[in-house]
Design a protein around this ligand. Structure first.
Ligand SMILES: [Zn+2]
Length: 72
């Protein structure tokens, strides 16, 4: 039986998604990001979004100041 020689193991190439933060090729260690910096950036975004609760009902009208020059 003669083997076909040193055959490279069939490696299924993982889909290399670009870093969602900067678009660079992602690194396995920091998937799906390219670096820890980008991972931290994304984490910050998540935390921020988690912090502020979207309130559609409780809208503060004082957010928009009335146009100046309004006489009583
Ligand atoms: Zn990145």
């Amino acid at each position: 039986m003669a083997e076909t020689g040193p055959k490279e193991p069939t490696v299924v190439p993982l889909k290399r998604h670009p870093c969602p933060m900067c678009g660079r090729p992602a690194v396995a260690r920091f998937r799906p990001f390219c670096s820890r910096r980008c991972a931290d950036l994304d984490l910050g975004h998540w935390l921020n979004e988690d912090y502020r609760v979207p309130s559609d009902e409780e809208f503060d009208p004082e957010e928009e100041p009335p146009e100046g020059g309004e006489e009583a």
